[in-house]
Design a protein around this ligand. Structure first.
Ligand SMILES: Nc1ncnc2c1ncn2[C@@H]1O[C@H](COP(=O)(O)OP(=O)(O)OP(=O)(O)O)[C@@H](O)[C@H]1O
Ligand SMILES: [Mg+2]
Length: 281
């Protein structure tokens, strides 16, 4: 990381302040500010192309916004600037993510996929691994145990030795979450985890997100189009449209907000309340 860490008393896990991201003439994020409190499940919703994934890419060092600051407060209370940071460093700080299009190693088993996440969190370097030092062997054992624990947590322990590609779609989504959890995050970013899953898989996913939050103490930032899932797990919702924040607040308030209804319908909200459910696709 380029910026030195500073200790600040902050209840925020993430503070996005006036972030603007442009690609040539396209403005993906336009002066976006949002805050997430430690322990919160916050959802980011908005129509296709609104800038949701771009926001995750700025948070994880994939893109560097031209303007603004993104500050992450780690478990030890130190704050770090994420914009301009490298993806690997940001993972080490305690920010993990999944991808809109699943990115698993198809030729590896479920176990091996999660182990990669767990190893990213361990301290052994290539020399330690080559010399098989006692510390390395202990880490290896601990890593295997942690991997199995995480597979169990997401309901995939019995499928540990199957190739990830052979799992049902919902299973692959949960496996990707397990791999992200392997890195020991304080903040987990989920980009449309319910996309392509069945109704019952969505219900399981909602339960899993709540357990990650309650049992592991991980803050969750969720991008999701499925409003039932958003409403069932979220503390607060931020709505993006054309790269701008157009609403933020409690899920039920945001869903009824005329600006949100208009963003989804492309027309002003019905005054008789008929359009009030427009964001529920
Ligand atoms: N690497 C890139 N180069 C050029 N334009 C980009 C790039 N990444 C994103 N954009 C543009 O930024 C805008 C926001 O895209 P983004 O993927 O963040 O939207 P989104 O809200 O995640 O949409 P969806 O719901 O479809 O996933 C779009 O106009 C997109 O074309
Ligand atoms: Mg997206």
């Amino acid at each position: 990381m380029t910026a030195a860490a500073e200790v600040v008393a902050s209840s925020l896990v993430v503070d996005v302040s006036h972030v603007t991201l442009r690609f040539g003439g396209v403005v993906s994020l336009d002066d976006v500010s949002l805050q997430q409190h430690g322990g919160e499940i916050l959802s980011v919703i908005g129509p296709n192309g609104a800038g949701k994934t771009s926001l995750f890419n700025c948070l994880t060092g994939v893109y560097t916004p031209q303007e603004g600051q993104i500050t992450f407060t780690a478990a030890d209370g130190r704050s770090h600037r994420l914009n301009g940071g490298k993806p690997h460093d940001i993972t080490q700080l305690g920010v993990a993510r999944t991808f809109q299009n699943i990115r698993l190693f198809n030729a590896l088993t479920a176990f091996e996929n999660v182990k990669i996440g767990v190893e990213a969190h361990q301290t052994t370097g290539p020399i330690g691994a080559m010399l098989r030092l006692p510390h390395t062997r202990r880490e290896e054992r601990d890593g295997d145990a942690r991997t199995l624990e995480l597979l169990d947590f997401v309901g995939l322990r019995s499928r540990a030795n199957e190739l990830s590609a052979s799992l049902p779609y919902g299973g692959q989504r949960r496996l990707e979450i397990a791999r992200a959890l392997g890195t020991g995050p304080q903040l987990l970013l989920l980009d449309e985890p319910a996309a392509g899953t069945t109704g019952s898989e969505k219900v399981e996913l909602g339960q899993l997100i709540r357990r990650i939050n309650a049992e592991m103490g991980v803050s969750v930032l969720l991008i999701e189009h499925d409003m039932r899932l958003v409403m069932s797990v979220t503390d607060r919702v931020v709505v993006l449209n054309f790269g701008k924040v157009i609403a933020a607040g409690a899920p039920t308030d945001v869903q009824r907000d005329p600006a949100v209804v208009e963003a989804y319908l492309g027309a002003p909200a019905d005054t008789d309340g008929g359009g009030g459910d427009a964001a529920s696709r």
